[in-house]
Structures are given as C-alpha cells and as structure tokens.
Design a protein around this ligand. Sequence first.
Ligand SMILES: [Zn+2]
Length: 95
Amino acid sequence: MHIHDFQEMMRQLFFKRDAERGIKGTYDWLVDEVQELGEELKGNNKEATEKEFADVIAWLSSLANLTGIDLEKAAINKYNFKCPKCQQSPCKCTF
Ligand SMILES: [Zn+2]
C-alpha cells in the first residue's frame, strides 16, 4: 500500500466526521497524538509505540484530506530521494 492509498482509506473511513470536526479540531487531535507518541517513546513498549505511530499517520491523513493535500505527492515533491537542503543522498548537512 502506498501513502496515497492509505490516505484514501482514511477518507473513506472518516471524511464525514473529519469534515464535521473541521481543520482546527483535527489539527488539535493530531497534536495530541504526536504528544502520546512522545510519551510512548520514553518507555519500552514497542507494540504501544507502533499504535501511536499508526494514530499519527491516520490523523495526519485526515488533516491532509480536509486541506486537499495529497500526502504522497507532497512528500515526494519535497524529499525526492535527496535532502531538500543539501541535495545529497545521504544528507550531508552539518548538525
Ligand atoms: Zn542535507
């Protein structure tokens, strides 16, 4: 499955509810899920961490659906097998 297909699956499952919640409410929910991922990363529970990763990409997809952004296209346009800053692969930017 490609990112585009996952985003379309999220559209089929949740678009009606996402549209009712709106961009701001969906963004706030994404932020909450990123914070939950951050909490799981402090521990050692890989299964729980995996679920939080799933929630983050699900809510990111919902937000992309609401804003008319194709996540796969956006990601590849910016990160097309090279670092967008130094244009190298692997990245050679200094920390
Ligand atoms: Zn770089």
